[in-house]
Design a protein around this ligand. Structure first.
Ligand code: GLY
Length: 364
């Protein structure tokens, strides 16, 4: 068995070689409006957002309606109700929205007890002079606006958290559960996410949707329960305009899922829209952001034995013309399934394979 210390000391110092998009990847295309692009957990969300835009909805209202589907769904344990809690067993949600036509944005971070942080973010945008409200202030603001306060911790998420806590240390007073007698819901979680939350706890999930309506107006929304078992108060990229989401109504919209800390360090959403300004396609702009992360990630604990970022991170983008694109750091997800993304346009709603920098799957 390779210990964490051995793994770190053996991490190669070899420079990374950032590859091109994989041969089987599509990672983008289009040029038709309206169009919605987003994370693979947002297939139905993208479909709904497209329907709403076709019926005349504003693109931001459309993407928020789509994201709400996933926030409300306890089966998605990375977003909204049913999200995996922080290290204290409390679900804390992050979200942001940006509206191209008005150039306005809103966000909330570490919000407890409100299952639709994306809608609270929109209320921040529309009814305050601020962009980002956090923690108890965000919760008070949501309550003042009539959002119901609910317990967001489902029984399944509680069991997964408890399993993680029981296994944390041999020196604490919790006894490690017998692996042969794991609760069926914990087993199901390990199967679905392709990771044991104790042995490999740094799992992420999030939903992002970017949309361009029939007139070329743009919007984006990102929502998450964040890094599994995060420290209380930790805020990822999903609340940060310019990182988890960014929109310039003259150019494009972009957003991210995956390791938020890596995205924050390169302001990925903004970087992608600036690459679109420079003439890159949405897909190539997403690959550029991944290359930037690969170039600037220096900590050995975050790199594999070949010096490549060992974590999952993906970017999604749509341009004003309706071209769309997506790229992932790795061709496959931790579960071994191919990295994919959701797109909805005149051809319908579907999953397409990601463009990617590296063949393989993230190891942290
Ligand atoms: N990208 C989601 C997070 O890091 O919280």
């Amino acid at each position: 068995m390779v210990s964490r210390r051995m793994f770190l000391s053996s991490a190669a110092l070899a420079p990374f070689v950032a590859g091109a998009a994989g041969p089987t990847a599509t990672g983008g295309g289009g040029g038709q409006r309206p169009v919605v692009v987003g994370s693979s957990n947002g297939l139905r969300a993208a479909e709904l957002a497209l329907e709403r835009m076709k019926a005349g909805a504003d693109p931001l209202d459309a993407v928020i309606a789509g994201v709400n589907l996933v926030e409300d769904d306890p089966k998605d344990m990375s977003v909204g109700y049913g999200g995996i809690p922080n290290e204290e067993g409390v679900v804390q949600l992050d979200a942001c929205v940006m509206h191209g036509p008005s150039g306005r944005a809103g966000a909330v971070a570490a919000l407890e007890g409100i299952k639709n942080p994306s809608r609270v973010a929109k209320a921040v945008m529309e009814t305050t002079d601020h962009i980002l409200l956090v923690g108890p202030g965000a919760r008070r603001f949501a309550e003042m606006n009539g959002f119901p306060v609910e317990n967001l911790l489902t029984d399944k998420a509680r069991k997964v958290w408890l399993y993680w806590k029981q296994n944390l240390s041999a020196k604490d007073k919790w006894l490690e559960p017998d692996p042969s007698k794991l609760d069926p819901e914990v087993q199901e979680f390990i199967r679905d996410y392709g990771r044991d939350p104790f042995r490999d706890p740094r799992s992420h999930g999030t939903i992002h949707l970017s949309a361009c309506d029939g007139r070329g107006d743009l919007a984006g929304c990102t929502s998450t329960s964040g890094l599994f078992f995060k420290m209380p108060g930790r805020v990822g990229d999903s609340s940060l305009i310019g990182a988890g989401c960014f929109v310039d109504n003259g150019l494009g919209a972009a957003g991210s899922t995956g390791r938020g800390e890596a995205n924050i360090l390169v302001s990925g959403g903004h970087l992608i829209v600036e690459r679109i300004r420079a003439g890159r396609s949405p897909k190539d702009a997403c690959l550029d952001a991944l290359r930037r992360i690969a170039e600037t990630t220096k900590e050995k604990r975050l790199l594999d034995e070949r010096g490549r970022p060992a974590f999952p991170i993906s970017f999604y983008a749509v341009s004003k013309s309706g071209a769309y694109g997506m790229a992932a750091m790795w061709s496959h997800r931790p579960s071994g399934k191919p990295s994919q993304f959701a797109v909805a346009d005149a051809q319908g709603a579907r999953l397409e394979n990601a463009a990617y920098l590296y063949e393989g799957k993230p190891t942290i």
